[in-house]
Design a protein around this ligand. Structure first.
Ligand code: 13P
Length: 279
């Protein structure tokens, strides 16, 4: 159990027809909530941080908290760099103890994305690397894009030339808050899955109906990313707690309400992923 590389849990999920939830953490309380929810659910889990979060506090600080809690957990926990924005950041996260890395060259021309991703795979050694081709829409940190669907033939070429352990296709989801219900191309996902052997990753999942997420999992998705959903749950709970206790001066008093809300939400999302009891 405890701190593991993401690839072990993703290959198990691929074989078992379920997905592992990958939850973005912004602070200690969210890390605690994600681990506690996974333990209650008996589920593997991935804690991840974006470059924006790592600009707020450095990778060593997040790795320290996340890896310590992961090592003490009685379920498998991986600590992942989400949307790694440079070779240097990926290297720094690896050295800090992250057990999984994403390099996101999706806004680069194809050959440059291949070269950057390949260099990170070589640097990472036995640490698994996720990459993206095509663009998931919306805004994550300062990274903002329209949806550009992944070409299945290019995806197969990209995966074999880079040696990535997992692959994030663009099939119609977007990061952040959806104005309308997103329309996902499930047929495209199936085609990519048929051509690409590695586990597939769904980005931009907050706001995607649970039934659609389940359909994606049945079509090859093995890792499901949730960020906005948990940021909302945490912020709303802390806001309500502060309103209810205007004289509180101990941050633990109101932050623990945010932690409890995230734990509840992560348990629900683990259920959507189908990974209950799969630890
Ligand atoms: P959401 O914010 O839409 O959940 O997207 C999360 C994500 O894909 C992180 O990489």
């Amino acid at each position: 159990m405890s701190l593991v590389k993401s690839i072990e849990m993703l290959l198990k999920a691929q074989a078992g027809g379920y997905a592992v939830g990958a939850f973005n953490a912004e602070n200690l309380e969210m890390i605690q909530a994600i681990v506690a929810a996974a333990e209650k659910a008996g589920s593997p889990v991935i804690i991840q941080t974006t470059p924006g979060t790592l600009g707020y506090a450095p990778p060593e600080a997040f790795a320290g908290a996340a890896c310590a809690l992961a090592k003490a957990a009685d379920v498998p926990v991986a600590v992942h760099l989400d949307h790694g924005s440079s070779f240097e950041l990926a290297k720094r996260c690896k050295e800090a103890g992250y057990t999984s890395l994403m390099i996101d060259g999706s806004l680069l021309p194809f050959e440059e994305n291949v070269a950057l991703t390949r260099s990170v795979v070589e640097m990472a050694g036995d640490i698994p690397v996720e990459a993206e081709l095509g663009t998931v829409g919306g805004k994550e940190d300062s990274h903002s894009a329209g949806i550009q669907y992944t070409d299945p033939a290019l995806a197969a070429d990209f995966v074999s030339r880079t040696g990535v352990s997992s692959f994030a296709p663009a099939i119609g989801t977007a990061h952040g808050i959806y104005k309308d219900t997103p329309e996902l191309k499930i047929d495209l996902l199936r085609e990519i899955n048929a051509r690409v052997g590695v586990p597939l990753v769904l980005h931009g999942t907050s706001g995607v109906p649970d039934e659609t997420v389940r359909e994606c999992i049945a079509s090859g998705i093995c890792k499901v990313n949730y960020a906005t959903d948990l940021r909302k749950a945490f912020s709303q709970a802390v806001r309500t707690a502060l309103d209810n206790m205007p004289d509180a001066i101990d941050p633990k008093k109101f932050l623990k309400e945010g932690r409890a809300a995230v734990e509840t939400r992560v348990m629900e999302l683990i259920d959507v992923c189908g990974s209950f009891g799969k630890a």
